[in-house]
Design a binder for this molecule. Structure first.
Ligand code: GLY
Length: 306
C-alpha cells in the first residue's frame, strides 16, 4: 500500500502572526518529511509513530517532552500513549517526570502485562531501563509559570505553541506499506493544573487505533474524555461508517456540546482526515504525493479529508 501520515502539534485559538505560522509550518513539514521517508523505506506504522512522536517531543515549540508546560506546583508531568492498530494494543504512561521521551516508555510497555503506568510506576520503569534523567523545562515555560505565579494563577491553562493559546499536545497517525495503522499521542498537559490531574492523551479517549482506523486527539483533555473522541471515531469506522462521515458526525456532536478539541485520523483505505472545534489545528500530512497542512484552515466545516 502507499503509506500515509498525519501529525499534529496541538490546537489553539489563533496563530496570531506570520512568524508563528511560518515556524510551526517549517517544524511540522520537516518532521513529516523525515517520518514519511521511514515509511517509504518499509518502517512499520508503529515505528513511524514512535519516531514522529519523539521528534515532536524534542521540538520545544510544542507542549510535549522538551517544552512541556508546568503544573500548578511548578513541576512538569508528561503523559503519552501508543496504540498499534494491528494488535489493537494500547500502552501508556501518565504524569511521568524527568524524562526526554515519554513515548519511549509507552513503547516499552507495548509487550508487558501491565501496559499503563502512572507516576511512581513509570519512574520505576525508567530507572529499570536506565533511561538518563532529563529536565524538559525551557526558559519560555518557566517564565510563563513565574508570570502566572505573580498573577496568582488566574489562567486555567498555559499558552502553548508560541502564539497559539492552550490545548497543546502532539500526535502522529500512520498507515504503513503493509496496510497496518498506529497512533501515538504525547503531552505536558494543560499547564497550571492540579497535581494528579490525568490527561486524555494516555487514554483511549485521546489515542485509539484498530485495523480499521487510527486517531490522535488534541485540545482540552476533559472535553476529549467527555466525548471519548478517538475511540468514538474509530468505533464508528469499525462499524461501517466512512472516516469522513465518522469525523463529521463526531465533530458535529462536539460542537453541539461546546467542546474545544481537534483530531487527526487515517483509515485502512488510506483516507486521511482531520477535524476541530478549536480555531486552529496545527496538523500536517503526507498523502503519498505531497505534503500539506491545516494551519490556514478557516473553513466552517468541522472536518476535512483527502
Ligand atoms: N489534551 C491534553 C490535555 O488536556 O492534557
Amino acid at each position: 500500500m502507499q503509506p500515509k501520515l498525519i501529525i499534529h502539534g496541538g490546537a489553539g485559538s489563533s496563530l496570531s502572526g506570520k512568524g508563528g505560522l511560518k515556524t510551526v509550518r517549517e517544524s511540522l513539514h520537516s518532521i513529516i518529511k523525515t517520518v514519511y521517508e521511514l515509511l517509504l523505506n518499509g518502517a512499520s506504522a508503529t515505528d513511524a509513530v514512535i519516531q514522529g512522536c519523539q521528534l515532536l517531543e524534542d521540538e520545544p515549540r510544542f507542549n510535549a517532552g522538551t517544552g512541556s508546560v508546568l503544573q500548578s506546583d511548578g513541576q512538569i508531568r508528561m503523559s503519552a500513549a501508543l496504540m498499534d492498530g494491528a494488535s489493537q494494543r494500547f500502552s501508556g504512561v501518565i504524569n511521568v517526570s524527568r524524562l526526554q521521551n515519554p513515548i519511549k516508555l509507552a513503547q516499552t510497555l507495548q509487550d508487558q502485562s501491565d501496559r499503563v503506568l502512572s507516576d511512581v510506576g513509570a519512574a520505576d520503569l525508567a530507572r529499570e531501563l536506565q533511561l538518563p534523567i532529563y529536565n524538559p523545562i525551557t526558559e519560555l515555560r518557566l517564565n510563563e509559570w513565574l508570570q502566572e505565579r505573580q498573577e496568582n494563577f488566574q489562567k486555567n491553562m498555559a499558552n502553548v505553541i508560541a502564539e497559539a493559546a492552550g490545548r497543546g499536545t502532539i500526535g502522529v497517525v500512520a498507515l504503513d506499506r503493509q496496510g497496518y495503522l498506529a497512533a501515538g499521542t504525547s503531552t505536558g498537559g494543560k499547564g497550571f493544573e492540579r497535581i494528579g490531574r490525568v490527561s486524555d492523551s494516555a487514554m483511549p479517549a485521546g489515542n485509539y487505533a484498530t485495523a480499521h482506523a487510527a486517531v490522535s486527539c488534541t485540545g482540552i483533555g476533559e472535553d476529549i474524555i467527555d466525548e471519548c473522541l478517538a475511540a468514538r471515531i474509530v468505533v464508528r469506522v469499525t462499524d461501517g461508517l466512512s472516516l469522513p462521515a465518522a469525523m463529521q458526525r463526531s465533530f458535529q456532536e462536539s460542537r453541539t456540546n461546546n467542546r474545544d478539541l481537534g483530531a487527526i485520523a487515517i483509515d485502512a483505505t488510506g483516507t486521511i482526515a482531520w477535524g476541530k472545534t478549536s480555531e486552529v489545528l496545527l496538523a500536517a500530512y503526507h498523502d503519498g504525493t505531497a505534503i500539506g497542512d491545516t494551519l490556514e484552515w478557516q473553513g466552517i466545516d468541522l472536518a476535512g479529508s483527502l
